[in-house]
Design a protein around this ligand. Structure first.
Ligand code: PHE
Length: 468
């Protein structure tokens, strides 16, 4: 792959190569959302209908919104708050709204990342998941309700992200992504091959490929749109920040198309890896078990397969790689904001962010007992957390409110305030690239995307299912 020379006109980081940028952005997009949430949502919303809506939404709303964010970032060469304020001072609030979601998501992402590390440890050390009926469920429930251990794993996961982010944009994030993303796809394809060749797996494949018209409801469209934004990392400051590290001689539209394609491919492959396996072992009822099923149902499923220990290890390694590259990007979005807006070094900014992230993560971790209706009598100071179903608050507040709102504000700003024509010029690198579909893109960013996002914002008050 050819290295492109980059002119470092300022002290900000820049991607050293086109492939590095696409892989880092795909690494951000491909995360727990693809491997953990997406297959669960396909089940929850009824298979093929959801898949179809999802693909259409990625192409017609997600891709244009992503391009709007990347162009805003590259044009301004700023973090998300700086990007808005550089062009219009009083739009700072829009920038802040875009930083809220990644901050909240980072805190629970690290805790779930910690669970994944713990499972890798269990598989590697050859320890088993206990015994008796429901052993896997009991194991998971007992583990996540502990006050200290899950938190320590979460902090360990966070430390790994900090290590990479502190090494900088091209020296840390880009290097890690270039190595980890191909590993992720190799593991994913290996698991899919195993899954679809199991006897009886075709039932699950059919389930995903059949579009049942009765499932094509508003609920499904709303669910697919929320999932698409989460998965593409749209409306969360990341793409503006990553866009700001892209050199001018890069074709933004092509890169965005690649990122969307890779992200969707990973989600669909993950569904093909998981749903047939669930069909084989648990039957149709296993589908739609919700978010924790990766930890409760899948280890059981893997154990029933030949070489199941190896498949289990491969699956959790996959989940780890996906989670790590996404978490790195989320942290980068926050670090870029703090360091540039408050004129602090990246190290100081990262350290400042750690305390609130760990605190919020601790709240999420401690609320697990509450979510499962368990009382820890000696643990009364967590009473406040126990009252709050943190997962619902965190997932629903971000997925249904701050993420769509962030994306809406970017589209409105780019489409109407900065101006879609100016954004087109940026995407074309001032005429270096033909962006043939620019008329359609401008129309979507100005009218269609905002209208669709407003619909989700209104609908999610009553519609949309959470995974918990
Ligand atoms: N897109 C990532 C996923 O699908 C999650 C993410 C959220 C990444 C916020 C960056 C910012 O898991």
């Amino acid at each position: 792959m050819k290295k492109e020379k980059t002119k470092h006109t300022q002290s900000r980081g820049q991607w050293a190569s086109k492939m590095g940028f696409v892989l880092a952005a795909a690494g951000s997009a491909i995360g727990l959302g693809n491997i953990w949430k997406f297959p669960g949502k396909v089940g929850l919303y009824g298979g093929g209908a959801f898949l179809l809506c999802y693909i259409l939404i990625v192409a017609f709303i997600g891709f244009p919104a992503m391009l709007a964010e990347l162009s805003l970032g590259r044009h301004t060469q700023k973090n998300v708050v700086g990007a808005f304020t550089k062009l219009r001072k009083h739009w700072a609030v829009a920038g802040f709204i875009n930083v809220i979601s990644p901050f909240i998501i980072m805190s629970y992402y690290c805790i779930v990342g910690g669970w994944v590390l713990k499972y890798i440890w269990v598989y590697l050390s050859g320890a088993n998941f206990g015994g008796g009926a429901d052993q896997y469920q009991t194991y998971f429930n007992t583990f996540v309700q502990q006050p200290i251990e899950p938190l320590l794993w979460g902090v360990f996961f966070l430390a790994l992200c900090v290590f990479v982010v502190l090494r900088g944009v091209s020296g840390g994030i880009e290097k890690v992504s270039k190595f980890l993303m191909p590993c992720l796809f190799i593991l994913l394809v290996a698991i899919v091959v195993r899954a679809v060749t199991l006897p009886g797996a075709m039932e699950g494949v059919k389930y995903m490929l059949t579009v049942r018209p009765e499932q094509l409801s508003a609920d499904t469209v709303v669910g697919a749109m929320g999932q698409a934004f989460f998965s593409l990392s749209v409306g969360m400051s990341i793409l503006v920040t990553y866009g700001s590290y892209v050199p001018k001689e890069e074709n933004l539209a092509k890169s965005a198309a690649w990122i969307c394609a890779l992200d969707t491919l990973a989600a669909v492959l993950a569904a093909f890896a998981i749903i047939p396996v669930v069909f084989v072992t648990l039957g149709a009822e296993g589908i739609g078990m919700g978010g924790s099923f990766a930890f409760m149902a899948l280890p059981e499923v893997f154990a029933s397969l030949p070489a199941g220990g190896l498949i289990g290890l491969a699956f959790f390694l996959l989940l780890f790689l996906a989670a790590l590259t996404s978490a790195i990007s989320i942290l980068e979005g926050c670090v870029a904001f703090v360091s540039e807006e408050f004129h602090l070094s990246r190290v100081k900014s990262t350290l400042i962010l750690l305390a609130p992230l760990i605190l919020l993560g601790a709240g999420y971790s401690l609320s697990q007992a509450a979510d499962r209706g368990i009382n820890l009598p000696w643990f009364d100071f967590a009473g406040g957390f126990r009252m709050l179903p943190m997962w619902d608050v965190m997932e629903r507040f971000t997925d249904n409110f701050t993420i769509p709102l962030g994306a809406l504000l970017v589209c409105l700003f780019v489409g109407w305030v900065w101006g879609a024509k100016n954004a087109t010029l940026e995407i074309q690198s001032g005429g270096m690239f033909a962006f043939k579909i620019h008329k359609a893109w401008e129309f979507i960013v100005r009218f269609i995307a905002p209208a669709m996002i407003l619909i989700i914002l209104f609908c999610t008050i009553g519609l949309g299912k959470g995974l918990s």
